[in-house]
Design a protein around this ligand. Sequence first.
Ligand code: ZN
Length: 133
Amino acid sequence: MDKIEHIGIAVKDLDKSNQLFASLFGEPHYKIEEVASEGVKTSFFKSGPNKIELLEATNPNSPIAKFIEKKGEGIHHIAFAVSDIYKELARLKEEGFIILNDTPKKGADNKLVAFLHPKSTNGVLIELCQEIE
Ligand code: ZN
């Protein structure tokens, strides 16, 4: 894995949280994107070289709605950039990690993404992402 690509934070109200994080960083979000297939609306902030993704559920069955129901708002996942997601998934599977989606899917921010089950990673949901060329 190359580096932390972003940290994802689950929020109840994206508009409110956009204001909050704009105050925190002294700069507004630079992008809003809905990923209908995942039932989420996301916004992205930059802090120097780092990125923060806020995620709001767009329907009650969204994984974000379920996460907030169980744990409340807060850090939802850590995303790592990889250069070959298929190769990395094969390697991690071989190592015994539980992959939530064996076939990478299109996520926000023009990325192919796959997730590792938090059960196999000390309770941390890990996202792998690869820039779509
Ligand atoms: Zn993410």
